[in-house]
Design a protein around this ligand. Structure first.
Ligand SMILES: [Zn+2]
Length: 207
């Protein structure tokens, strides 16, 4: 092995990393596809302590995997904490759709990424914005409150009966005072993701 390769390998050894030896199935934190990857680096809990002024915590198990579809890396700490988290929702291809549909899908994808980066409040704000936009396109008045938009989707059959419990949860979670600000939970974001996915599919992808 050439000298510089040996040096490089020592860096890996010092940090406790070695090539992975088993495939791992996961939903990619970048492209959102369900993949299985055998390429990456693995560090067990016990590894040689790093010398120097900035010792890295050495009790953390890490498993870094390269996505075979998009080439980006997803890290698993302590067995199953996935960073970034799985990109949830649907990969919607809007390339052959209207400009309006393309914009909505681009915003939808941003919000999905925000969830996978553990920023549910950002995702919720964007999903609510999309929901209101779609409601207006479906004939709701332009200056309603968020709760009124949700009611409009329900009363006018834009969203079918099976999803009414979901709509009620979203309405209650969004029923805050005007200008009140609070952090959203991952569950709030997941509810809106489910509803907005449905809305986009039925309004922009039904034909
Ligand atoms: Zn990927």
């Amino acid at each position: 092995m050439p000298e510089d390769h040996i040096h490089r390998w020592r860096d890996y050894e010092r940090e406790g990393y070695e090539p992975v030896y088993m495939p791992r199935a996961f939903t990619c934190g970048w492209c959102g596809l369900a993949v299985s990857s055998s390429v990456g680096l693995f560090r067990d809990q016990e590894w040689i302590e790093l010398e120097g002024p900035f010792p890295v915590p050495h009790n953390q198990r890490a498993d870094v995997r390269i996505c075979p579809k998009c080439g980006a890396a997803t890290t698993f700490l302590n067995r199953d904490d996935q960073l970034p988290g799985p990109v949830k929702g649907d990969n919607l291809d809007a390339r052959k759709r209207t400009e309006g549909a393309q914009l909505i899908v681009a915003l939808y994808d941003e919000a999905r990424r925000a969830i996978s980066q553990f920023a549910p409040s950002c995702a919720v704000l964007m999903f609510r914005k999309i929901l209101m936009h779609v409601a207006v396109e479906q004939g709701a008045g332009p200056k309603l409150s968020f709760v009124e938009y949700v009611r409009y989707l329900k009363d006018n059959g834009v969203v079918g009966k099976p999803q009414h419990a979901l709509l009620d949860r979203i309405r209650d979670a969004g029923n805050t005072e005007n200008h009140a600000i609070r952090r959203a939970t991952l569950e709030d974001a997941d509810d809106l993701l489910a509803l907005v996915t449905l809305l986009i599919r039925s309004v922009y992808f039904s034909t």
